[in-house]
Design a protein around this ligand. Sequence first.
Ligand SMILES: *[C@@H]1O[C@H](CO)[C@@H](O)[C@H](O)[C@H]1NC(C)=O
Ligand SMILES: *[C@@H]1O[C@H](CO)[C@@H](O)[C@H](O)[C@H]1NC(C)=O
Ligand SMILES: *[C@@H]1O[C@H](CO)[C@@H](O)[C@H](O)[C@H]1NC(C)=O
Ligand SMILES: *[C@@H]1O[C@H](CO)[C@@H](O)[C@H](O)[C@H]1NC(C)=O
Ligand SMILES: *[C@@H]1O[C@H](CO)[C@@H](O)[C@H](O)[C@H]1NC(C)=O
Ligand SMILES: *[C@@H]1O[C@H](CO)[C@@H](O)[C@H](O)[C@H]1NC(C)=O
Ligand SMILES: *[C@@H]1O[C@H](CO)[C@@H](O)[C@H](O)[C@H]1NC(C)=O
Ligand SMILES: *[C@@H]1O[C@H](CO)[C@@H](O)[C@H](O)[C@H]1NC(C)=O
Length: 581
Amino acid sequence: MAIFFLLLCWLHVVHAQLSLPSTPFLPPPATSGAQPTTQGSIPNSQWSTLLGNLLYFYEAQRSGHLPGTNRVSWRNDSALNDGSDVGLDLSGGYYDAGDYIKCTFPLSFTIMSICWGATDFGGGYDLANQTVYLDDMLRWGLGWLIKAHPSPHTLYVQVADANLDNAYWGGDLNIPQNRPSYQINDTSPGTDAAAGASAAFAACSNLYASRSLGPSFSTPASLQNSTYANILLTHAQDLYSFAINASGGKQTYQTAVPQAGTAYASSSYGDDLTMAALFLAWATNSSDYYSHAETYYAQYSLAGQNDVFNWDSKTPGLSVLFAQLANLGAGFAGNLSGWQAESERYFDHILNGGGPSYKTKGGLLWYPGDSDEDSLNPALNAAMLLTRYAQIATTQDKAKNYLNFAQSQLNYALGNNPMSAPYVVGSNPNSPANPHSAMASGGDDISHIDTSPPQEAYILYGAVVGGPDPKDRFYDIRSDWPETEVALDYNAPMLTLAAMHVLNDTSDPFFTRLQAGAFAANKPSGNPCDAAFNCHSGSGLSTGAKVALGVVLSLIGSAIIAAGTWYYYNRRKGAKGTVIY
Ligand SMILES: *[C@@H]1O[C@H](CO)[C@@H](O)[C@H](O)[C@H]1NC(C)=O
Ligand SMILES: *[C@@H]1O[C@H](CO)[C@@H](O)[C@H](O)[C@H]1NC(C)=O
Ligand SMILES: *[C@@H]1O[C@H](CO)[C@@H](O)[C@H](O)[C@H]1NC(C)=O
Ligand SMILES: *[C@@H]1O[C@H](CO)[C@@H](O)[C@H](O)[C@H]1NC(C)=O
Ligand SMILES: *[C@@H]1O[C@H](CO)[C@@H](O)[C@H](O)[C@H]1NC(C)=O
Ligand SMILES: *[C@@H]1O[C@H](CO)[C@@H](O)[C@H](O)[C@H]1NC(C)=O
Ligand SMILES: *[C@@H]1O[C@H](CO)[C@@H](O)[C@H](O)[C@H]1NC(C)=O
Ligand SMILES: *[C@@H]1O[C@H](CO)[C@@H](O)[C@H](O)[C@H]1NC(C)=O
């Protein structure tokens, strides 16, 4: 009896989340992505596998003590002392990208995006049997965000220094121990980071409460847990009041913590405040939060913009969420046709090539600046918003055009491009072989990232890479972080799109049609012309990159710029041009 009781207690601990299957889902070899399916039914097994692989990537990015259920055999416990400098346990969470820093602002955006997509296209996770892994992935991230929010007006926004971290290239066993923890607080606030984390908690609270967006959409992924939804809601509300009521006022988080702004400097906070208020309005059925959202939207002049949608720039998602809540008929919500008009203005502008975005010759939606160092991300984020919004467009014609455009971008990312490269690692034999990931590379020689070892040690299944250059060329060079780096936010929109395709697509993802060896035949020789490489002519480089290159090249000749502290500096400078040179 006692043993039985102990067993129950143990089960209770283990069952703090959905139980993982005893035979885990593991990504199949890339060759399986070259085998077209024949069944023509839903769910299509290739889409289900892609969804599973995209989630698996996050498991490879885990920091901290790995549980017995860890599926990534080549990962080890790491960075267990995070937070010890401030007397807290900040171990866990996810490494941001190809290196080992942990960044709250882009993590919050990633989690918000995934929870939103698992709410309106959640049935796709269920059909693919991936909901348990979705739950596991979200709890690993949210659990860390909870630790990073130890009191209502304190949020840790980064662990480890970007410059120090980028001086290290190697596996997860020897990560440099000096990993400072950076916080925002009541007197040194960060309105965007607090509101961004609030939006993530609130969006996920809605998912765990199984709140549906109504008959225009799918059901939320089946991971309902009202206890957890309430825990998340409390954090969302506390962070929101921190964002709007901190005694230090309102400011960007890098103003409070300049060290944390080098990798992901934020350009504004009006979008973050509006998004947090909207998800909170929905979570609490409250017209107070809703009127805050309307007020911020007007106060920060968010209507009429044509910006990219990404970790820094959330405005294009707002009119879509406003419209979804109006379409749902929520009592607090506003005028559907007004929000439809603003959403369609924004989307039609993209489809009509109204700028600043345009389409590359190969068909990729390109935002000058924002696309320079992660070209697939703006296009996939647009595809995700278009696919979502199409469900509530004013006319069938518009819906069709939006879905077609979204499909063209997703197809591009999955191999319908001049390289014939599906830009998801391990999904097809034509996938990139050299993602910029210190842990997957197996190398520890920062001056020979590309050759040591010659072949990447581990296949980083499911990782979406940065993407091609504006001439649709992709070089697949490990040190070329603008094209080959992986990151938490890169995978997020493709997850939501894949979930939709699991729900609704009998035909395969594009890559099953690719010929063997197609990418190898198309791959350009030589080096790309981007922020990681000198391109001699200088064309295609931003002024800032030229200055940086000039400085470095004068020191080390024309060698590949991989070593040292500053390459991360440039990583996301395209985002808004806010990062310093
Ligand atoms: C619901 O979530 C809470 C909080 O994480 C957890 O303790 C509990 O075990 C979960 N319940 C179920 C049935 O999974
Ligand atoms: C999901 O699980 C069910 C029940 O075990 C199984 O019949 C089905 O084939 C699975 N679907 C996928 C896509 O793995
Ligand atoms: C994990 O540890 C093993 C040795 O136990 C090592 O071979 C492997 O490369 C390590 N993984 C990483 C990502 O460094
Ligand atoms: C508040 O945050 C600032 C910026 O990170 C930091 O310098 C300061 O020490 C923090 N205040 C407290 C009381 O921890
Ligand atoms: C912000 O502070 C005001 C004034 O103290 C208070 O009325 C309001 O409830 C606070 N807002 C939040 C969201 O905590
Ligand atoms: C939301 O609040 C409105 C008005 O206060 C009420 O009529 C409605 O039933 C509530 N909806 C939910 C889902 O609780
Ligand atoms: C809703 O918005 C549309 C477009 O902005 C406007 O023409 C209409 O009058 C509004 N309706 C209501 C009830 O406010
Ligand atoms: C599913 O496909 C149909 C027709 O192909 C389309 O009308 C519908 O909008 C699609 N659903 C989603 C979620 O895209």
